[in-house]
Design a protein around this ligand. Structure first.
Ligand code: F6P
Length: 417
């Protein structure tokens, strides 16, 4: 089997570890491993390279079976069993370079699992959203003999993956009818195997407890709050922090807990009071009265009030200034949350999930659904990709319908008021 891996949509820390794991596990299991650069855009443009070379061979010669067999274990088992072999790599001076030469003999990519972002590039491809773009992508893949794809991205990217797989037989038929591929190729590539891994800082995908990159973004936000805490306290100031997360409040909520915020606004739980300003000011006043010298309010980028009107950091600042007389500043953390080196967990999780992705591809049949690799209750899981995407979409629909309880239950089936 020829497996290609790509990263798509907004980058997230841990994507390089996905590429590394898929390449290593793929080669170990007797497959050819390819990377596609610039996400789906690279598929459309035929920008893919097979990985090989001494560093890859060495990488897979050590200890991977134990890692793979540990995938279904608890984290203690994983820690006990996991030896992934990078120490061996270091000895030959190649460091963590993986596949430094493509089969075509050019220097192509350094897959350092400890680097932030994605070294093979990502894009939000317009071309792939068109049927013609997907036809071109299928043509390029078949010409290279690629028959399996691992896509690491957010819900948009994973929806794209599912559409592509569903459409695949028709695309093959059309390519053959137009004389672009032979009958043998059409028969050999009658089915496409796809597995999705969720790479997103937002942690907004249902049916998995964590998305790759979310823990690192949380660390970044927490560090920022720690830094702000000291200056806020020195001046007895209030700070309003806007954090990313699109329509999901996970980053804001967890940052609030880990950074000790006074008030947090998230999309899934808008303030119930019509005049939420009173509630926020009362809470902060109480905190000040017991002696707090600083105030931290976190506003998720998708925060809304109970009428679905966006709550903006600048407005919150004005309320704190005008009603409580607090000297208030706004800090928008922006893309600093998304960049930088992955924390340890964003190296371990994508490694385990990348190995599982290869196993899922090897076991796939034309009738089995495309799977998304997730993690639930500390176990690596496979769930039907489309079910996870549909449930994620249902969260947004529930929020739009002002059914916030339902929104929370789609995010977390265990959720109780
Ligand atoms: O989905 C990841 C994310 O960082 C969101 O939190 C944010 O809304 C968006 O991407 C920003 O996108 P861009 O990098 O295109 O500005």
């Amino acid at each position: 089997m020829k497996i290609a891996v790509l990263t798509s949509g907004g980058d997230s820390a841990g994507m390089n570890a996905v590429v590394r794991a898929v390449v290593k596990a793929g080669i170990l299991r007797g497959c050819e491993a390819w990377v596609v650069r610039e996400g789906y855009e690279g598929l459309v443009r035929g920008n893919s390279e097979a990985l090989s070379g001494p560093s890859v061979d060495q990488a897979v010669s050590v200890s991977l079976p134990e890692a793979a067999s540990a995938v279904h274990g608890s984290s203690f088992n994983l820690i006990h069993n996991l030896r992934f072999g990078d120490g061996e790599l270091l000895k030959d001076g190649t460091g963590d370079y993986l596949g430094t030469r493509s089969l075509k003999g050019r220097y192509i990519v350094r897959v350092g699992f400890d680097d932030g972002g994605t070294l093979i590039g990502t894009a939000r491809s317009k071309a792939f959203r068109t049927p013609e773009g997907r036809l071109q992508a299928a043509d390029n893949m078949i010409k290279e003999g690629i028959d399996a794809l691992v896509v690491c991205g957010g819900d948009g990217s994973l929806t794209g993956a599912d559409v592509f797989r569903a459409e695949w037989p028709k695309l093959v038929e059309r390519l053959h009818a137009e004389g672009r591929i032979s009958a043998e190729k059409a028969q050999a590539h009658a089915h496409l195997k796809i597995v999705g891994l969720v790479g997103s800082i937002d942690n907004d995908m249902s049916m998995t407890d964590l998305t790759i990159g979310a823990p690192t973004a949380l660390v970044r936000i927490c560090e920022a709050i720690d830094n702000i805490n000291s200056t806020a306290s020195s001046h007895s100031r209030a700070f309003v922090l806007e954090v990313m997360g699109r329509h999901c409040g996970w980053l804001a909520l967890l940052a609030g807990v880990s950074g000790g915020a006074d008030f947090v606004f998230i999309p899934e739980r808008p303030p119930t009071a019509e005049h939420w300003e009173d509630e926020m000011c009362d809470t902060i006043k109480q905190h000040r009265e017991v002696g707090k010298r600083k105030t931290i309010v976190i506003v998720a980028e998708g925060a809304i009030d109970c009428d679905l009107k966006p709550i903006k950091a600048d407005y919150v600042k004005d309320v704190l200034t005008d009603r409580l007389g607090l000297d208030t500043r706004v800090t928008t953390l922006g893309h600093t949350q998304r960049g930088g080196r992955p924390c340890a967990y964003d190296r371990v999780l994508p490694t385990l999930q990348g190995i599982e992705a290869v196993e899922a591809l090897l076991e796939a049949t034309p009738d089995s659904p495309s799977y998304m690799i997730g993690i639930q209750e500390n176990k690596i899981t496979r769930v039907p990709l489309m079910e996870a995407v549909a449930m994620t979409r249902a969260v947004s629909a529930a929020i739009e319908a002002k059914d916030f309880e339902k929104a929370m239950s789609y995010r977390d089936p265990e959720f109780k008021e």
